[in-house]
Design a binder for this molecule. Structure first.
Ligand SMILES: [Zn+2]
Length: 427
């Protein structure tokens, strides 16, 4: 090797070492300036840290080439995150990594990549966690148009100016903190691929409400607010009666969808030919939530449903049936095509499963529809296995006696109620 190539290698090495200098970032609560004779061992001992803690506070630190004058993070009170972090979250009491990544619609691996060395088992109140990466996250090629924040600008002014809504602005700028936008900051206000971004999912071009099935002499029995522990008994009954049903489930309402027994009920529902559709994550009135909350109410549940049955719903029953034009626009934006209401409300929740009252509501409903969608619940106050099964069996026997066939929502409306495979949640 001649001296030319040696010096070339030396230059490369210098570039590498320079780039491998300690990388602690703004969240560091305490730093140490490297002096002559310092070693990593000396530093972590001096500040009562372990080697792994020092490394987690300084991702990429090269202990064999510590440079005099370089800063090393030694503040153990904060979680380090990489330099491109554009939004932080301050850990509160009771927070877990799971809560944080769910709250921000991230995955575990995304949270970890934004916070190298984060120790989820020892999160402390006041720790700063990076929840969005990239300088404003809009530097990617997908942003078609940027806006530079001016003095006095607010998020509201900006999304109004560009004719977009809050959800869109936030989707274009993940991690955007509207309370702290500053003049000179660049925000993405238009995405080149909002209309068709393949496996990211795309907005729906139309939205239709249903209260009845499209096929005469069918009925669609639906159960809201579950899963609940009696759903397995309900599934036995439906199987015995040869009826397909639809379950509008929640993620975290009366049951927690992360619970394995609940997941196996959902799997069984799907495997036995029933439809499993969205009733939102936590049963909030969608006309009363922020756009950010709206998004998470859909996405958190969808991601779990996808994890369990491998399908994403594009039909939803909004909690309380509550909706307005803004709800519809948001649902479309997030890829939903069908809103499912009902023609018959059995009022099982208010009459506490009273069989004769439920029977009368169904009977009355048949006077005005030959293909009703019927609202029941998997859970209501004072529910018992016996009450639930007795009322549902009575409903089914009555409808079948009239010559009606019990079908799932897909058959009822004559459209697929799930997105095509590979289609994810719109960004
Ligand atoms: Zn409900």
């Amino acid at each position: 090797m001649n001296s030319k190539s040696l010096s070339f290698i030396f230059i490369l090495l210098s570039i590498y070492l320079t780039n491998a200098l300690p990388l602690y970032k703004r969240s560091c609560s305490k730093s140490h300036k490297v002096v002559k004779g310092d070693t990593c061992h000396k530093i972590w001992t001096k500040y009562g840290l372990s080697e792994s803690k020092l490394r987690s506070l300084n991702p990429g630190i090269s202990c064999s080439s510590l440079k005099i004058g370089a800063s090393v993070c030694v503040g153990s009170g904060s979680v380090s995150y990489n330099s491109s972090c554009s939004s932080h979250y301050t850990v509160a009491n009771g927070d877990t990594c799971y809560k944080i990544w769910s709250k921000y619609g991230l995955s575990e691996s995304k949270l970890r990549s934004l916070n190298p060395g984060i120790s989820c088992s020892s999160l402390k109140k006041g720790d700063k966690v990076c929840v969005a990466g990239g300088s404003n996250n809009n530097s990617g090629s997908s942003c078609k148009s940027h806006y530079t924040v001016g003095k006095g600008d607010t998020c509201y002014k900006i999304w109004t100016k560009y004719g977009i809504n809050e959800a869109t602005l936030r989707n274009l700028n993940p991690g955007l903190s509207c309370s702290s936008i500053r003049p000179g900051q660049e925000l993405c206000v238009k995405n080149s691929s909002t209309s068709n971004n393949g496996n990211k999912g795309s907005p729906s071009s139309s939205f239709t409400w249903y209260k009845e099935c499209n096929t005469p002499n069918t009925f669609a029995i639906t159960f809201d607010d579950g899963p609940y522990k009696y759903d397995n008994d309900l599934l036995d009954l439906l199987k015995k009666k040869g009826v397909k049903a639809t379950f509008f489930i929640n993620g975290d309402n009366v049951s927690d969808i992360r619970n394995s027994s609940i997941r196996s009920i959902i799997k069984r529902m799907y495997n036995e030919g029933h439809n499993v559709l969205s009733h939102t994550w936590s049963h909030k009135d969608l006309t009363k939530v922020s756009d950010t909350k709206f998004r998470s109410e859909l996405k958190l549940l969808e991601d779990q449903i996808y994890d369990i049955i491998g399908k994403r719903p594009k039909a939803i029953r909004p909690p309380y049936g509550s909706n307005n034009s803004k709800v519809i626009n948001n649902l479309k934006y997030f890829g939903y095509s069908y809103g499912i209401l009902w023609h018959v409300d059995t009022e099982d929740w208010s009459n506490l499963g009273n069989v004769s009252k439920i029977h009368n509501f169904v009977k009355k409903g048949l006077e005005t529809s030959k293909s009703p969608i019927i609202l029941n619940h998997s859970f209501y106050k004072d529910i018992s296995r016996e009450k639930l099964l007795k009322a549902v069996e009575d409903e089914i026997d009555y409808l079948k006696g009239k010559g009606f066939k019990g079908v799932n929502m897909e058959t009822c409306i004559g459209h697929s109620v799930y997105r095509s495979s590979g289609e994810g949640f719109p960004n």
